[in-house]
Design a protein. Structure first.
Lengths: 114, 234
């Protein structure tokens, strides 16, 4: 069996085309998009994350700070079909709260693929 | 988002065409503009939105506009930058998957089918024509890099000459300093100017000191990234 690490990818890494592959495979899919940033933020407006109904995800909307919260919120969006606009800001009071360590603020739009 | 819109977005990127996704941040309505069409959730489109989306086709990135009473996010997706790899050698086997993972599209050219085999490059678009035939079909635009890795002037030279005649943002050629000097002489004899020949990065890659094929691939990809974002540091 071929070592998976040696398998050549077949096309440029791109979250949106991966999302479409997941849809074709019959998975329930939501796409998260960074629609607004202020201050220091690791990923620019337009960055995407794709999530399926089992919580699998690819891509990013931050440096890893808020992805878990987005994946969690995506389950509601996938179940209900209603899009959501999430806001994340700086959080240092509680190490477990969801926030951006860099001090920035981002808005993330979550939508189900119909 | 409707699946048809996502399909249009992905298809535009695969065809190397710019596409603008417009989202109404209050209503959630979405429209897509390409050079040829404007499509979306319904037919009730404010002409001002259509004009703003079409105007945004030229500018990569995202911006907000207010149309009527609603804020719209216009997100412009441009085609991925592309690397034309000439010579299906060991370095290419390392460079191609790294380039794809970095988000670059890849075209591999080598008429030697034993080198450019499906087994060595699974799933990659391979052109088995000689570069003299293959390059004119590629429309080498300012989003394209050309790297010549074959070490064989019969294969590399036509590719590099096509690249020098194009708007490619990066041209690189594998080979020792001695071979680069001979290359300069050949191209000068064929009428290429110093300015054109100076566009060729050779020896290829940032001077990281690596020797293995994969290390040379890293240096090459790093130089391509630098050429794309910080051309003045070259």
């Amino acid at each position: 069996m071929t070592d998976p690490a040696l398998i050549t990818p077949r096309r440029p890494a791109d979250v949106l085309s991966l999302a479409l592959d997941w849809v074709y495979a019959g998975r329930k899919v939501a796409i998260a998009t960074v629609v607004e940033t202020s201050g220091s933020s690791p990923r620019p407006v337009g960055s995407n994350l794709v999530v399926d109904g089992d919580g699998n995800f690819e891509g990013s909307v931050s440096g890893g700070c808020v992805e878990s919260a987005v994946v969690g919120a995506a389950q509601d969006v996938i179940a209900s079909g209603a899009p959501a606009l999430l806001e994340f800001g700086y959080s240092d009071a509680d190490a477990w709260a969801v926030g951006l360590a860099c001090g920035g603020r981002i808005h993330v739009y979550l939508e189900r693929i119909e | 988002m409707k699946r048809e819109l996502l399909e249009t977005l992905v298809a535009a990127r695969e065809h190397r065409e710019p596409v603008v996704l417009a989202r109404g941040l209050a209503s959630g309505r979405q429209f897509i503009a390409t050079l040829r069409e404007f499509a979306g959730d319904d037919d009730d489109v404010d002409p001002a939105l259509r004009d703003a989306a079409r105007a945004a086709l030229d500018c990569e990135g995202a911006r907000s506009v207010t149309v009527g009473a609603e804020a719209w996010l216009l997100q412009t997706l441009v085609e991925p930058a592309r690397i034309v790899v000439v010579g299906a050698v060991h370095i290419a086997q390392a460079l191609v998957p790294m380039a794809l993972r970095t988000g670059y599209a890849v075209v591999l050219i080598d008429p030697r089918t034993a080198f450019a085999s499906e087994e060595r490059f699974p799933g990659i678009r391979i052109d088995h024509r000689w570069p003299g035939e293959a390059m004119p079909d590629l429309a080498l635009d300012p989003q394209t890099a050309v790297v010549a890795l074959s070490h064989d002037p019969k294969i590399d030279d036509p590719a590099l000459e096509a690249a020098m005649d194009s708007d490619a943002f990066y041209i690189g050629a594998l080979g020792s300093r001695g071979n680069q000097a001979k290359r300069r002489e050949r191209y000068a004899a064929r009428g290429y100017t110093d300015a054109q020949i100076d566009r060729i990065h050779g020896p290829i890659g940032l001077p990281l000191g690596g020797r293995s094929p994969a290390e040379i691939a890293v240096a090459t990809l790093a130089e391509i990234i630098q050429a794309r974002y910080r051309p003045r540091d070259q």
